[in-house]
Write a new protein. Structure first.
Length: 187
């Protein structure tokens, strides 16, 4: 597994990989546990890559079905990513309104920069199909500190519940996670 510690290394890697793509977008999966820095890394990469090619970011967080809905979102992502990789219309996805605690959708999947890059970030991204897989890593204590600083006290009661779902997804998909080609260690 190649280790990267700055987003510019990853951006260069993505540019080289995208040169090999034809009609479908280069699908880059950014996965890691809550608070590891996936969303920030996706934003940094999108900014760097925009000078070279079309870039879109899809946040799996938008598909999580509430605090207990990680597994259904991962299954939904598996279907969508397979359709994208095969060049098909990816259909629709269902989301969650975190303010009202209600499902949303169906939403048409419109992301997918032809001739460019689709960055998909979120817990479970590596469980779907992708061209380039990146595991984003940070110590448990720093992840928790960052996640609670980001989401405030609304996340605190759900931290352990969410971590248990992450554990279940990672354990059930151990072979998938073992094959991620790149490790990004959040500074």
């Amino acid at each position: 597994m190649a280790v990267c510690t700055n987003s510019e290394q990853l951006a260069d890697l993505i540019v080289k990989a995208q040169d090999q793509q034809a009609n479908t977008p280069l699908l880059v999966a950014l996965d890691g546990r809550s608070g590891a820095g996936k969303t920030s890394l996706a934003a940094q990469l999108a900014s760097s890559l925009a000078a070279h090619m079309p870039v879109e970011v899809f946040h799996l967080e938008d598909t999580y079905q509430g605090w207990g809905g990680l597994a259904p979102a991962v299954e939904q992502w598996r279907r969508i990513s397979q359709e994208i990789m095969s060049g098909q219309d990816a259909g629709c996805w269902h989301g969650w309104d975190w303010q009202s605690n209600q499902p949303t959708g169906p939403h048409p999947f419109t992301a997918g920069a032809r001739g460019g890059v689709l960055l998909v970030e979120g817990v479970g991204a590596l469980c779907g199909s992708y061209h380039l897989g990146i595991w984003v890593e940070l110590s448990d204590s720093e992840r928790k500190r960052r996640a609670l600083a980001r989401d405030g006290e609304t996340y605190r009661p759900y931290w352990d519940m969410w971590a248990a779902q992450e554990d279940a997804i990672i354990t059930a998909n151990a072979k998938v996670y073992a094959t991620a080609a790149h490790l990004y260690q959040t500074p």
